[in-house]
Design a binder for this molecule. Structure first.
Ligand code: PLP
Length: 421
């Protein structure tokens, strides 16, 4: 594949077929790779606007900063949550206007605030006194959002220990301090934790924000932004129906539209947008069969070219279930206790163990769905493995939605697959 591969996007008609796309891509990539369906990302944006029309999504770039995902989201009008100077730089390079960026990092490196100031990216979060002092010195004209702590214990990745201020014992004092410096606090945010099915927590957090809006008014602020953070799963299109109804009800109860006429409601979804768009393809390159004395098989270990130091770094971070699928192999019906290892020299580089799988051969292809969130940006160069290659797909109907200035090279999936790569 040429080094311009990130610009190649294959157009498909009708429905996206994962296995067919993998088989085609295997003709040109002899390594691990991702299949990325950009139309899946576009559909997520459409669903968001349909189910939560009051809430403006700011895609959390940290989750997956793949350039074509960013170009796609920028094309369909999505806004962005950036956590560092480099993320802001990347989004600005796509000609996204500064009013579509929130610098959502409560503890920022001073030089990053200076960069935001140079670029006029003026909306940023804080959650502590020292950050107030820092912003006061560097960018006193910034528009600030106070992040409160409202973590769900049911979130797979809990954020409350590191981020947020207590809504009762800390937030009011921080608002008073900001007021004493004449800083411009414009709203309140929270994040209930990543991968969270506890949708009721959004309701509780929205209620806590309402109380702080009232407190803000009492001390002379006029808050205009409520930011409900991220945390939403992105593995299926059904979930948004459930979480949107709870969030919409809480918004209508605590921030009714007739009372809050000029309120902007933001969110910072990361995994929601990208989880299901990415499928990771990996190849079995080695196998070790352990036998009992009588020769029967005790267990089987496979070694594949993707592991914990590449795109599965999230495995040691959280209790997520890994479901490997095998691309067309001979079905025997008999299964064995199986462990799948990554390719590096580290003995903790394990993708899954004690699963039941049929016997596989060296060269068999495994694939893993819902791999778009917190995978690509977390990978390491351990053992000098190279970055994972990408194959992008987009439905023909969505082609016109992509901003032409991004100059993606469109190819027709069936006709041109082997050309110009
Ligand atoms: C401030 C902030 N916003 C948004 C996100 C994105 O969260 P998620 O991917 O769970 O939607 C995170 C994740 O850590 C975050 O820290």
């Amino acid at each position: 594949m040429s080094n311009k591969s990130s610009e190649n996007v294959f157009l498909f008609s009708k429905k996206f077929d994962v296995e067919n796309s993998i088989k085609k891509t295997l003709q040109i990539i002899n390594d691990s790779f991702y299949i990325c369906n950009l139309s899946d990302v576009i559909q997520k944006q459409k669903d968001w606007l349909k189910y939560m029309p009051r809430v403006k999504p700011h895609y959390a770039v940290k989750c997956n900063d793949d350039i074509n995902v960013l170009k796609t989201l920028a094309s369909v009008g999505c806004s962005f949550d950036c956590a560092t100077l480099w993320e802001i730089e990347k989004i600005l390079s796509l000609n996204v206007s500064i009013d579509r960026i929130i610098f959502a990092n409560t503890t920022k490196i001073a030089s990053h605030i200076e960069y935001a100031k140079q670029q006029n990216v003026n909306l940023m979060t804080f959650d502590n006194e020292d950050e107030i002092e820092k912003i006061m010195k560097i960018y006193p004209d910034a528009r600030l959002i106070l992040r409160i702590r409202y973590s769900s214990e049911k979130a797979i990745y809990k954020l409350g220990r590191k981020f947020g201020s207590d809504p009762i014992s800390e937030a009011p004092q921080l608002l008073e301090l900001a007021k004493s410096y004449n800083l411009n606090v414009v709203g309140i945010s929270f994040h209930i934790g990543s991968s969270c099915e506890d949708y009721e927590a959004y309701g509780g957090a929205i209620k806590a924000c309402r109380r702080l809006f009232e407190f803000g008014t009492e001390i002379g602020f006029n808050f205009k932004i409520l930011d409900i953070g991220g945390g939403f799963f992105g593995d299926s299109f059904n979930r948004i129906r459930q979480f949107s109804s709870i969030i919409n009800n809480a918004l209508d109860e605590h921030f009714p539209q007739n009372e809050f006429t000029d309120l902007e409601i933001f969110s910072e979804p990361g995994r929601y947008f990208v989880e299901s768009a990415f499928t990771l393809i990996s190849q079995i390159h080695s196998r070790k069969v352990t036998r009992n004395v009588d020769g029967s098989i005790l267990d089987i270990m496979y070694y594949q070219n993707e592991g914990v130091y590449s795109n599965f770094l999230f495995i040691p971070l959280g209790p997520e279930e890994i479901i490997p699928k095998v691309l067309s192999h001979k079905r025997t019906g008999e299964t064995f206790k199986t462990t799948i290892w990554g390719p590096t020299c580290d003995s903790t580089d394990k993708v899954c163990e004690n699963i039941d799988l049929e016997m596989l051969e060296i060269g068999d292809i495994m694939y893993y769905e819902n791999m778009g969130a917190y995978t690509i940006p977390l990978r390491t160069p351990f053992n000098a493995f190279q970055t994972t290659k990408m194959a992008y797909f987009l439905s023909e109907d969505d082609k016109s939605k992509i901003d032409e200035s991004y100059q993606l090279n469109f190819h027709h999936f069936n006709a041109d697959f082997n050309n110009n790569l």
